[in-house]
Design a protein around this ligand. Sequence first.
Ligand code: G3I
Length: 331
Amino acid sequence: MAQAASPRPARRVPFGAAMQAEHLGDARYRALFRAHCDLVLPMNELKFGLVHPEPERFDFAPADAVLDLARAEGQDARGHAVIWWNEVPPWLAAVTEPGAAERALRQHVETVVGRYAGRLASWDVVNEVVAHEAPPDAPLRDTVWLRALGPRHIPLAFAAVATADPQAKLVLNDYDLEFEGDRYDRRRATVLEIVRQLQEAGLRIDAVGIQGHLYAEKRIDIPALAAFGAALRRLGIALMVTELDVIDWRIPGGAAAQDAAAARIVGDFLEGVFAAGRPAAVIAWGLTDRYSWVDDAMPHADGTPSRPLPFDADYRPKPWFDLIERRLRDG
Ligand code: G3I
């Protein structure tokens, strides 16, 4: 049978977005993903506490809803996230003994990563493991995993996911890797150090995910981002943009001013990311302003809705989406 032509434009670098099962009843939402995404991932549905809420109970239905739709649409998919400081279910938060923590990690990976083995192009194995300020004496974030297992939870997770799904690309994912300033230099250096340590231990890691939660008033350090990408490439590691959006709540002047500021910062960001070669993908943290985490987590002081995503609340593309589209098409 002849294959239906993809409704999506031909791109040198795939574009993707995080999808939420809770919005799948919205036909325009589904149509937006169909029209624009080469790749889709469940935004929250594979997080530890959601998919594995009790020691012996797993809830795969919400993740399956997203992943089955992606498969039906001929889209690639990815997994987010095995190790994270957030969405830790109460039973796991109570684990302090190293043996029990290691057993929990292995059981989780075997069951969750194993279930989707061969279906997901990549997994965020470790997410946001760098401490916010990344102080040199304590560069890793204080989490249930660090407390129970120490830094070895990172190689343990990479080894376990590699075994459970040998085909999936293994990603170290983190935020605040693109801006100008000492804190960001420290965060970039910490990521590079983790990659080196994994490689020295003989473990596989394939990519670093730069989340790309941008702030319209912050400055992208284009040379530092270019150098970071080049250093990763020398280590044989790809770069992937995993959670792109633009938090614009300090930009006065309404939608047109916000769009202009967002296009400026996304342009700088893409310049830095592409400087060391094409990224493996560019993925936005949702598609439409109708549904975004920003209003919950960082609402505008005056109560106006935030506009962080490439399509507005009426599903119309913004100038920064056109910018991305051109860049991904031309490489
Ligand atoms: O599904 C329930 C809904 O039934 C209920 O009515 C509503 C009331 O608050 O809550 C809904 O759950 C929320 C869920 O998002 C789905 O919208 C949770 O409270 C909320 O905590 C959860 O937030 C997510 C957050 O991670 C924490 O898991 C955001 O959607 C998601 O965008 C955000 O994503 C993170 C990445 O995983 C890692 N990087 C940063 C990024 C932004 O914080």
